[in-house]
Design a binder for this molecule. Sequence first.
Ligand code: ADP
Length: 211
Amino acid sequence: MNLILLGAPGSGKGTLSEFLCEKNGFTQLSTGDLFRENISNKTQLGLEAQKYMNEGNLVPDSVTNSMVENYLKEKAQDLIFDGFPRTDDQALALDNMLEKLNDQIDKVIYLDIDESVLLGRLTGRLICKVCKRSYHKVNRKPLNEGVCDFDGGELFTRPDDQEDKIKTRLEAYHSQTAPLIKFYNDKILKVEAGNCTPEELYNRVVEVMGA
Ligand code: ADP
């Protein structure tokens, strides 16, 4: 079964992916993480993507789609698409890629959240350099400051988790990504993602998926 997680930046897609991978055997395909990996490895793709990401803009569809197509050559089952697709063009491309592999998207989990919560979540977010797990300076502190509970990796703040960049990312979400809720109409499972802990969100998702 392949899932898409659809939701604004800060809605909890990454943390929910962690739970679904650990407890339900999915593999996370996060285009944001793949781009960041390419940036730290200083690949050509990373250099190209960095220009857009640092400003909070979307990376062009052609670049993003071919990165995903390459990934799917290795694995195309039991995936969680986290942060992809983000535009109509990407959604159509993904359908084509999966069709060629005799596969499909089964469910799209839409994380619905009040926008007022997002800014606080993103400006306080800390990410582990090693495993990419996320923490929060106030709401989800690591046991030891600055290091990941899981693997001791150093925690960092993403360059695009600054207020002006967050605003641009939210605009991109509203204008380009939110219309996908209609595109996936028959596959959408809407889950309220505000006012809850990551565990509660996971439980809500499992409940709607089983329903
Ligand atoms: P968030 O969901 O918090 O915005 P991501 O790690 O998913 O975080 O994305 C960070 C940035 O990476 C985006 O703002 C964008 O620049 C780039 N990016 C990630 N996924 C895509 C995508 N599918 N299409 C275009 N750009 C993307």
